[in-house]
Design a protein. Structure first.
Length: 116
C-alpha cells in the first residue's frame, strides 16, 4: 500500500496550490479519502474528506470556500485545490485512506508554506 502526496511548496499569501495524492495497493474507489494537516506545535487536524463515489464532501470550517477536494477513481488519485492561501495554512499536509473494517493508510506528507 502506498499513498504519495505531491504539490506542496512555498506560496505567497493569496496564492494557490494543488495537492495530489496517488494511491496504490488497495481498492481506491471503496475508500473514504481525506486530507489532514499538521502545523508546527499543533495536533493533526482534518481538512477535508470525500466519500467513496464522491457523494459526500466535508470541510473544516477554516478552509470552507477556499479549498476543494476531489477524486479521480480511474487514476487512483485524490486532489486538494487550495486557493486564497493564508499563513495559517502553513503545515504538512497528509493524505489518508479509510474504510470501515479495513483500517486506514497514511502518506508521508507534503509541506505547504504560505509566506511573503
Amino acid at each position: 500500500v502506498q499513498l504519495v502526496e505531491s504539490g506542496g511548496g512555498l506560496v505567497q499569501p493569496g496564492g494557490s496550490l494543488r495537492l495530489s495524492c496517488a494511491a496504490s495497493g488497495f481498492t481506491f474507489s471503496r475508500y473514504v479519502m481525506s486530507w489532514y494537516r499538521q502545523a508546527p506545535g499543533k495536533e493533526r487536524e482534518l481538512v477535508a474528506d470525500i466519500t467513496s463515489g464522491g457523494g459526500s464532501i466535508d470541510y473544516a470550517d477554516s478552509v470552507k470556500g477556499r479549498f476543494t477536494i476531489s477524486r479521480d477513481d480511474a487514476k487512483n488519485t485524490v486532489y486538494l485545490q487550495m486557493n486564497s492561501l493564508k499563513p495559517e495554512d502553513t503545515a504538512v499536509y497528509y493524505c489518508n485512506a479509510a474504510r470501515r473494517s479495513y483500517g486506514d493508510y497514511w502518506g508521508k506528507g507534503t509541506l505547504v508554506t504560505v509566506s511573503s
